[in-house]
Every structure is written in structure tokens, then in C-alpha cells.
Design a protein around this ligand. Structure first.
Ligand SMILES: [Zn+2]
Length: 402
């Protein structure tokens, strides 16, 4: 598709005003993970009001809108409706749910992660509504639940239970309007260190689980510098993120200490190898401990429970893949300059779409990814418009017959 055709999908001034207002309303509607119901309702109402022909909510509570006739390729735009909790409310210069606009900037929880993207996808896809008969393919918008606590969970449900078969996936997680084509994997380990309880006045009669856990923590810290490195994704990492001990009372020797370990896998590292590595470290140090991968089992706001192991692979889409090229050309046509090609520091739904299901996946979204999960989330209004234009342009480039 020529760049002047992509330019014709630029949202008009009035549309941009609506897009900004809708993003504000999304921010003003709280949507913690497992409590996305009100935001889902808002999205459904807005999609219907804008004239989307096919809008539904699945059993898990994700919102799905489809455009096109089922022939040709399917392009999936994926964004999550949930946010994390607002960290330390008194650190926010503007209230997290205020949706305050000042000097062309919109502030609030989810401005980055990722309500700007939800809104831009809706208004980008809207530009294609007049061309539905000329679509040679299908555009699916999937606004999913529970991504923050368990990436991949809701998008897996859409593919494996609802029968969605995308050929290409675009994730709207923030990239600062650049292209992301990968991320490291993530595993959450729980290491249970065993001890033996005794009276606190006679520690020699027991075995202190905290002391054994301390040896483990130190060994993990030492190991952190020696993890494999990938030239694009960087090194794997390991970090102890929580310690919980257990014993009969404060004047007793604890007989259990749980150590939680956040492990990021770079390309080439596997979940099994990371688990084996931790186990051999425990053996080497003679620590009485067992290693488990944690599971996620919170019910969605509709009451559906999907149990998932918290182990997700790294993934990278080839730089030369046609999806990267199409996104690059679209951004170039919209912005007049080529984007950088980067990777996300954090984890996304790509762990399922590309990491497990092997569906070509890229990322593009408004906002600075470094502001996600901070008290400084904001988005430039100009970037909302650019994102909507790119979302419209990419769908046109891949699905519209000229
Ligand atoms: Zn996110």
C-alpha cells in the first residue's frame, strides 16, 4: 500500500477530540485485574455506538470486535483492559482516576499501560468501517482481562477455546511509537526451605529455615552475574522478590521459609533449564529445599477460573519478517520518519501468541514504557492520534484491496 493511501486514514480533528475524551473515560473507570467489568461495558457501548457490526464479550469477560468477511488473513489487535493498583497514591501529581489534561498531556493510571492503546485501537479501526466491503481479510480487536497478573492467559483462551485463528498479532503495549519485536520470558519460582522448629531459647535443638534460606539468597545473588546473554534481548536475570517465614511463634525457630524468585529468560534459555539451574544450586549448597513454579488461579470478573503455570518463554520476531516491514512502512508513512526497532523490558501476551502459538507478533503503542506501573503515567494527546492512525494504516496495508 502506498504511503499516500495510508495517509488518508488519518483521523479528523473531531474524531481526535472523541478519541481523547474516550481515553479520559477509560482512565476514569477503574479496572484492576479481575475487576474489568465496568471498562468492558464502556468499550462494548462505545464500539456499538461507533457502528462496529460485530461486538461480543466472551465467557472470560474479554471484549471482541470483528471487522471483515472471514476471507483472507486475520489480523489481531490485542490490548489488556486491566491495570495494576495505583502505587502510593500520594506520589501522584494528578489523581490516578482523574483523567486530567494539561498542556496537551493526559495523566492517570493506565494512560501508558494501556488505556491509550485501547482507545487508539477503537478509533483506528473505526477509520476502516466505511471500507468493510473492500476488506480482503479480518481485523479482530481483542480487549482482554487479567493480563497484568498472568500474561497470555486471556489471549490463550481466545485462541484455544473461542477458536480465533490470527495470522498476525499486534500488541498495543507501550513502545513510545517505536516497534517492539520481542521480549524475555518470565518464570516465577517458589522455593520452600525446610527447617525444624524448637523453642527460641534453645535454637541449637532446631534447624532455622531462615538461615538456610539466607544461604540460598546469597547464592542466587552471586549467580545473577553469570546468566546467558542474547545480543538483541540482553541477559537473563534472576531476583529474589519476596521472603515469607513460618513458625509456631516469634519465640520459636521457624520451620519453613518461602523464597520467591523472579527469573527472566533470554533467548535460548528454557523454563526447564532455569529450574534445573536453581535445583543444582540448592544441591550444591546442601539447602533442604524444594522448587516449584507458581500457578495463577484467580477467577475472572465473570467467575471463570483458568489455571496457568507462571512460566513464559522468551520470543523474538525476525527483523526481516513481512509484519515488521509492514509496520515499519506504516509508521514511516504516518510520521515521516522510520521508527526504531526495540524490545520490551517487561512481559506481554506475546509469550503466548509468538512464544507458544508461533503466530508472528509485533508491538506498537503510545507512551513511554518506562512509565508503566509508576505514579507518573501520562500520554501526549498527539501520540493518541498518531497511534490511531498507525493502527488504521497497518490494518489497511494488510487487509484492504487497493
Ligand atoms: Zn501492559
Amino acid at each position: 500500500m502506498s504511503s499516500h493511501l495510508i495517509q488518508k486514514f488519518a483521523p479528523e480533528w473531531a474524531t481526535t477530540q472523541d478519541l481523547v475524551q474516550f481515553t479520559q473515560r477509560l482512565i476514569q473507570t477503574p479496572s484492576l485485574s479481575t475487576q474489568e467489568g465496568p471498562v468492558a461495558e464502556l468499550l462494548v457501548a462505545q464500539l456499538k455506538a461507533l457502528g462496529f457490526p460485530n461486538v461480543r464479550v466472551n465467557a472470560m469477560g474479554s471484549v471482541i470486535a470483528t471487522l471483515g468477511n472471514g476471507n483472507g488473513p486475520t489480523l489481531l489487535y490485542d490490548a489488556h483492559m486491566d491495570t495494576v493498583e495505583a502505587a502510593t497514591p500520594e506520589h501522584w501529581a494528578y489523581p490516578p482516576h482523574g483523567g486530567v489534561i494539561e498542556d496537551g498531556v493526559l495523566y492517570g493510571l493506565g494512560a501508558i499501560d494501556m488505556k491509550s492503546s485501547l482507545a487508539s485501537m477503537v478509533y483506528g479501526a473505526r477509520e476502516l468501517l466505511p471500507y468493510q466491503d473492500q476488506l480482503n481479510g479480518t481485523l479482530v480487536l481483542a480487549f482482554v482481562v487479567q493480563e497484568e497478573p498472568c500474561e497470555g492467559l486471556a489471549i490463550r483462551y481466545l485462541v484455544e477455546e473461542d477458536g480465533l485463528r490470527p495470522d498476525f498479532v499486534l500488541l498495543g503495549e507501550p513502545t513510545n511509537l517505536q516497534i517492539s519485536r520481542g521480549q524475555r520470558g518470565r518464570v516465577m519460582f517458589k522455593v520452600s526451605v525446610e527447617g525444624k522448629s524448637s523453642h527460641g531459647s534453645q535454637p541449637a535443638l532446631g534447624q532455622n529455615a531462615i538461615y538456610a534460606a539466607a544461604r540460598l539468597v546469597f547464592a542466587i545473588q552471586l549467580m545473577a552475574d553469570d546468566l546467558p546473554k542474547d545480543p538483541f534481548l540482553g541477559p537473563g536475570t534472576i531476583a529474589v522478590t519476596r521472603i515469607e517465614s513460618q513458625g509456631p511463634s516469634l519465640n520459636a525457630i521457624p520451620d519453613l521459609c518461602k523464597v520467591y524468585v523472579d527469573r527472566r529468560l533470554t533467548l535460548g534459555e528454557t523454563v526447564a533449564a532455569a529450574e534445573g539451574q536453581l535445583e543444582s544450586l540448592i544441591r550444591r549448597e546442601s539447602i533442604p529445599a524444594t522448587v516449584q513454579i507458581t500457578t495463577y488461579r484467580e477467577p475472572s470478573y465473570t467467575g471463570l477460573v483458568r489455571v496457568a503455570r507462571e512460566a513464559h518463554p522468551a520470543w523474538v520476531l525476525d527483523r526481516a519478517h513481512p509484519l515488521v516491514a509492514a509496520l515499519y512502512q506504516t509508521i514511516h508513512a504516518v510520521r515521516g520518519t522510520g521508527p526504531e526497532i526495540v524490545h520490551w523490558p517487561f512481559s506481554t501476551d506475546g509469550v503466548y501468541t509468538m512464544g507458544e502459538a508461533n503466530i508472528p507478533t509485533v508491538g506498537f503503542g503510545p507512551g513511554d514504557p518506562n512509565l508503566a506501573h509508576t505514579s507518573q503515567e501520562y500520554v501526549r494527546l498527539e501520540d493518541l492520534k498518531t497511534a490511531a492512525h498507525v493502527y488504521a494504516g497497518l490494518a489497511a496495508a494488510l487487509l484492504l484491496r487497493e
